[in-house]
Design a binder for this molecule. Sequence first.
Ligand SMILES: [Ca+2]
Ligand SMILES: [Ca+2]
Length: 105
Amino acid sequence: MHSALPSLATALLAVLLATPVVVTAQSRIPSLDQNDRRGEIGRAAQQKASERFDGADADKDGRLSREEVAGRFSYMAEKFDQMDKDRDGFLNWEEFIGHDRWKKE
Ligand SMILES: [Ca+2]
Ligand SMILES: [Ca+2]
């Protein structure tokens, strides 16, 4: 019986990873140094986002140009201006994930 239900963490992780990276409710973002399940989920999501960011950063300058975003995340290209908070024409890590609670590794 113990294996009949998927674990809550697995279910939550699936939801988190399926959600676009733009998260508006800051309070729902788990802190990465939490030792509980939320922390685990947060760390997994941070790592996933980090891989996506690095994968899209074709010239490895640590920020995503409009072209880099368009080439990798077409759904994000139309939101580029909204996401580019400081309007410098690039998405840095914080702009990419939509908050500043997770440091880039
Ligand atoms: Ca770049
Ligand atoms: Ca920017």
